[in-house]
Design a protein around this ligand. Structure first.
Ligand code: FAD
Length: 505
């Protein structure tokens, strides 16, 4: 073996605690990754405790996650009652009556070597009113309720966009479970009543179940949800509380009947002390109100949600509480936390499942041996911390730029934001450019969508746009808008798209 490792050091037993989205995604991906390597994977979940039962909106990385397991879009969509998500439509966040789409993908096309937004800003300064959305195929499709696959040979940069899914989270976990069990993962349905640690170093040793059985492991993956049974409760890893930046700390979630044809986007509408989500699935809709308990009572939040829901509720709203933040480290001793056990920000921008994917990917890349070299753990923790802090900044931006009235929204506007976000905002405003940190989940196109959607625009244009003839620019932009409108008119409705995908399953 290289680097002094020996076969005797190899991890032989991985124990995953929790069978929610995080647990079964980890089981599926690790069983595929470690196939043939002689590693036994056991997943323990408690059907008495159940799962958090929300988490229906994703970002495009989910499609690459399951593609790596050999699953097609059509297969997953059918198994999980999924619809297509081309972006998020923000309603009333800047001011009542205003909306914009954060699409997955780029805006416009390059004309003379500059990022597209510089041309858009020049035309805007000359009085062209078309919003940035008009230059994104993904945003236009989402707005019109159409859906299609990105052009495989785009011919024009205008055909480039990406897409994700809205799915039934329980069905997705079951789909991952079927795959994992086929790959040899052992599932135990039991409640863990005791966690045993090695006396000499505090490493996790075994889990005692309510049946009396004891399950030993070398590496433990904590996917136990908000309780954080291993990382938080047992190993005592502190929680960094970010509720001074992300004021929402809970939600009411409810499923409803479908109200009309499904839009191909998540809709998030600003409300008095937070925002409301609407997620279309095949036969029902997921709805919820995320709010700040400092600014709204439970009773008012529940009423506000039910009053503004287009579909008839099919259940009582469920109250969920969370503290935005993360565990100080995601990996301690021989335990890696994934999903809610390692932290949660809030549902806006659907980043929680995506953080599970990147956590799993990082674990694959840095898979340890029994020596649990501190260098490996430190690298995992540094990457995880940087990534979630960048997501945190992106979410804070949405609140900071709001233009609404009311105590909650004024508090969001007035709050101090992290230096890392201030640096981004300063460069954007000064020069229309993007500070790029490591481990960013959201590309400059996403930051642009939010800056432009909130009409927070640079004070100076790129000097090079002065060299572009204004009339020629106006003609080029009009041609782009026309080409995109014509493309959208030729695409199926979202409902037709779903039927086409079913035919391919
Ligand atoms: P859970 O689903 O809570 O699973 C925990 C598991 O641990 C369960 O199987 C439970 O039985 C088991 N367990 C716990 N204790 C024990 C024990 N003692 N013994 C045995 N088993 C035990 N994410 C997105 O990406 N998109 C969204 O749109 C989105 N919306 C959200 C909306 C809200 C209001 C909230 C709160 C979260 C949302 N999330 C969203 C986050 C998403 O729901 C989670 O990231 C995802 O469901 C993963 O959860 P989990 O598997 O970590 O935890």
């Amino acid at each position: 073996m290289v680097n002094g490792g020996s076969a005797a050091d190899a991890i032989e037993r991985v124990v995953i605690v929790g069978g929610g989205t995080a647990g079964w995604m980890a089981a599926a991906a690790l069983s595929a990754h470690l196939a043939g390597a002689g590693v036994a994977i056991t997943l323990i979940e408690s059907s008495d405790i159940g799962t958090v039962g929300v988490g229906e909106a994703t970002i495009p990385t989910i499609r690459r996650f399951y593609a790596a397991l050999g699953m097609s879009d059509a297969e997953v969509m059918q198994a999980c009652q999924a619809t297509a998500k081309l972006g998020i439509r923000f309603v009333d966040w800047l001011r009542p009556g205003h909306s914009f789409v954060h699409p997955f993908g780029r805006f416009g096309q390059d004309l003379k070597g500059l990022d597209f937004h510089h041309y858009w800003l020049k035309a805007r300064a000359a009085g062209e009113p078309a919003p940035l959305d008009d230059y994104s195929l993904g945003a236009l499709l989402a707005r019109e309720g159409h859906a299609t696959l990105p052009a495989s040979d785009p011919g024009s940069q205008l055909g480039i966009f990406d897409w994700a899914l809205h799915f039934d989270a329980a069905l997705f976990a079951q789909h991952m479970r079927r795959f994992a069990e086929k790959m040899g993962v052992t599932r135990i349905d039991a409640r863990i009543v005791e966690v045993r640690q090695r006396p000499e170093d505090g490493f996790l040793d075994s889990l005692v179940l309510d049946s009396g059985a004891s399950i030993a492991g070398d590496l433990f993956v904590d996917c136990s949800g908000f309780r954080s049974l291993l990382l938080g409760e047992t190993l005592g890893i502190d929680y960094a509380d970010w509720s001074h930046w992300l004021l929402c700390d809970g939600a009411f979630a409810v499923q409803s009947e479908r109200a009309g044809p499904p839009p191909a986007c998540t809709t998030v509408t600003a409300r008095s002390a937070g925002w409301q989500w609407r997620i279309p699935l095949r036969t029902r809709e997921g709805n919820g109100l995320v709010f700040s308990s400092r600014f709204q009572s439970d009773d008012d939040a529940r009423k506000e949600l039910l009053a503004a829901m287009p579909g008839k509720p099919v259940m009582e709203p469920r109250r969920l509480r969370f503290t935005p933040g993360r565990r100080a480290v995601a990996w301690a001793k021989n335990c890696v936390g994934l999903g809610l056990a390692s932290g949660f920000l809030e549902p806006l921008e659907s980043t929680s499942i995506a953080l599970i994917e990147t956590g799993i990917e990082r674990l694959k890349q840095l898979f340890p041996d029994k020596s649990f070299d501190p260098a490996v753990i430190a690298e995992y923790n540094e990457q995880s911390a940087e990534e979630i802090e960048r997501v945190r900044d992106f979410l804070i931006l949405h609140y900071k730029l709001n233009g609404r009235s009311g105590a909650f929204w004024q508090a969001c506007r007035a709050m101090d934001v992290p230096d890392s976000l201030n640096a981004k905002l300063a460069l954007w405003r000064a020069r229309g450019a993007f500070v790029r940190y490591r481990w960013e989940m959201f590309s400059p196109a996403s930051w642009l969508a939010i800056y432009a959607g909130f009409e927070d625009l640079p004070t100076r244009l790129d000097p090079a746009v002065a060299g572009i003839d204004s009339d020629q620019l106006a003609r080029s932009l009009a041609a782009m808008r026309r080409a995109l409108r014509e493309t959208v008119a030729d695409t199926p409705t979202h409902q037709e798209f779903l039927e086409i995908m079913d035919g391919a399953a």
